[in-house]
Design a protein. Structure first.
Length: 252
């Protein structure tokens, strides 16, 4: 099987939006027709888009261009999407949406376990992709205007959360969370002891327009628990509320 060559730099330059950019997107996809369709939809939304067709160049461009978001195919030739995701996560906190041609659940979980924020299984609607991108970028950010405010923090025993600084420490040691992992934890920690359903967490973290499997929440909760050494059978920080969802804090 011959993979379709990635567009050259001249082609990629032609893809760059000429309007005011709302963010930079790196599309990593070796199927050029699909990559161009994705790029065209994102450009209509005023994103600046660059396409690359292999993992090595994807890592290089992610370092050089510091994208806001990556649309990353799992099944790249050579260096695959999982390895690209792992590598990019060592130097970038950009949003990552993983694409896969295989519908098996394991592919989705593998993508998420290395730091992807979301996934789409091919074939997918480009409009759905754009909606998910928009939802990600609408996540609340710290206000840069107005009067100075007291730092927003929360503590749960040895666990401390700095909402504005987006830092989590356990026993005073910094915990390395992805952007989405932090957002899930923060959503729970801002209203401790209040139980959130999966749907409520999806709305708070991914946005009201998000469409997909709500068990995505369970995957991210599992990842956060592992990083906090929080045993799900006897949780200290994130508790499962049977028939409802999750909340912060131990006990009944």
């Amino acid at each position: 099987m011959h993979s379709i060559p990635a567009p050259g730099r001249q082609d990629r330059n032609m893809l760059a939006t000429r309007t005011a950019s709302v963010g930079r997107v790196l599309v990593v996809e070796d199927e050029v027709p699909l990559a161009r369709v994705v790029a065209s939809y994102l450009e209509r939304e005023a994103f600046e888009v660059e396409i690359v067709g292999n993992g090595v160049e994807a890592i290089e461009r992610a370092r050089e261009s510091a994208p806001t978001l990556m649309v990353l195919d799992l099944g790249l030739p050579g260096v695959d999407g999982v390895e690209v995701c792992r590598t990019v996560r060592t130097f970038s906190d950009c949003y990552i949406i993983m694409l896969t041609a295989r519908a098996e659940e394991v592919d989705k979980l593998v993508g998420l376990s290395v730091g992807a924020d979301d996934y789409l299984t091919k074939p997918f609607s480009p409009r759905e992709l754009v909606a998910r991108v928009r939802a990600m970028l609408r996540r609340p950010r710290t206000s840069l205007t107005g009067a100075p405010q007291e730092p927003r923090t929360a503590s749960f025993g040895p666990l401390s959360i700095d909402f504005d600084g987006r830092e989590v420490r356990l026993h005073e040691e910094l915990v390395d969370l992805t952007r989405t992992e932090f957002d899930v934890l923060a959503a729970l920690a801002e209203q401790p002891h209040l139980a959130f359903s999966r749907h409520q967490l999806i709305t708070r973290v991914w946005g009201a327009g998000w469409v997909g499997d709500e068990h995505l929440v369970d995957v991210h909760i599992g990842k956060v628990r592992r990083k906090l050494d929080d045993d799900p059978t006897s949780p200290v920080f994130i508790r499962t509320v049977r028939g409802v969802g999750y909340r912060m804090g131990p006990g009944e």
